[in-house]
Design a protein around this ligand. Structure first.
Ligand code: DP6
Length: 330
């Protein structure tokens, strides 16, 4: 019994990892090497509509109003294949229409919000009744970080050791935190080394990789304690240290690669300078050159003014904690 061919629309928000996921123990199932912990963000999200269409002989996918092709198309089909398999409907195909409300200028990867929204909309369109844990596991198959975008607030992705045991869940609500993230855009183009390739190269060639796992595991325990104690300073410190250690894995890979540009390093120094002046803020950086600044609301406007002057206000965007997966009535 299918959803009477009704379109199903889901909205998922992107998230920023404070303790990063950087490496898989199983490439096919996307089982990570270490737990990660993120904050879901409000201003950046993806809306995806999935409709079962009995006239189709293959999935039809629009991303930001363009026909998806190549690996972008294939990754969507791969996730829909898992959905078809779970629903035991091998010959049902879907129309997918996905719109990213992630300003290109924000320099956020959209794969976390995109695959979370796709998993949510497709599972309902296929009449699968998944609970949030199962939905997180399904989103994970599209992109690891998507497993965390199912939930609001501070979210922990448990490594696990197989498909069943690797999923995310909310660790704590961020509702009573006046925390925010300022996205600094230094470059808008797609990264040259995808996170997928980059983490694989780090796992297989960085001599520091086994140390990373130990450190990440202890960062998870320490950041959870800091969240419990509502200790922004420790949350920020662990986040900045963890991000730089992730990037040390890229520098130490063979061949080594670098996501930073000169400007990335300048921004890290600016953040440290602001801290010296008593304006508390911390840097975190994903698989690209753009810097995200973790701060508290009371300091946000001062920090924004500072970076507006350096980068232009169109390259400085403030975001606050966001909600978990939602279904929209259309
Ligand atoms: C640096 O989730 O994009 O943002 O699972 O291969 O799709 P795949 O990778 P992806 O990697 C995210 C890496 C990161 C850190 C993080 O979000 O935890």
């Amino acid at each position: 019994m299918m959803n009477k061919n009704r379109p199903v629309t889901a909205r998922a928000h992107t998230n920023i990892a404070l303790v990063k996921y950087w490496g898989k123990q199983n490439e096919n199932l996307i089982i990570p090497q270490n737990d990660s912990l993120s904050l879901t963000l409000d201003q950046f999200y993806t809306d995806t509509t999935v409709t079962f269409d009995p006239t189709l002989t293959a999935d039809a996918v629009l991303i930001d109003n363009e026909v998806a092709q190549g690996s972008d198309y294939q990754r969507v089909v791969d996730l829909l294949d898992i959905v078809r398999q779970k629903a035991q409907t091998p010959d049902r195909f879907f129309n997918v229409n996905s719109v990213n409300h992630v300003p290109t200028a924000a320099g956020f990867a959209s794969s976390a919000s995109a695959f979370a929204a796709l998993a949510a909309a497709a599972s309902i369109a296929a009449d699968l009744k998944l609970d949030l844990t199962e939905l997180s596991r399904l989103a994970r198959r599209g992109s690891g970080s998507a497993s965390r975008s199912i939930f609001a607030g501070f979210v922990q992705w448990h490594t696990g050791n197989d498909d069943e045991t690797s999923y995310a869940e909310q660790y704590a609500s961020a509702a009573n935190w006046d925390i925010g993230v300022i996205a600094l855009t230094l470059q808008k183009s797609r990264k040259k080394v995808s996170s997928r390739q980059g983490m694989q190269l780090s796992v297989t060639t960085s001599p520091f990789y086994s140390e990373w796992i130990k450190l990440a595991n202890s960062d998870i325990e320490r950041i959870k304690q800091a969240i419990d104690q509502h200790d922004f300073t420790t949350v920020g410190h662990i986040s900045e240290t963890n991000a730089l250690r992730m990037h040390a894995l890229t520098l130490s890979a063979d061949p080594g690669f670098i996501y930073f540009t000169g400007q990335t390093i300048e921004m890290i120094n600016e953040i440290r300078q602001l801290r010296k002046m008593g304006i508390e803020c911390y840097a975190t950086i994903d698989a690209g050159p753009n810097v995200k600044v973790l701060c508290q609301k009371e300091n946000a406007s001062k920090i924004m003014t500072h970076f507006n002057q350096l980068l232009g206000s169109e390259n400085v965007i403030y975001t606050t904690p966001g909600s978990g997966i939602e279904y929209l009535e259309k």
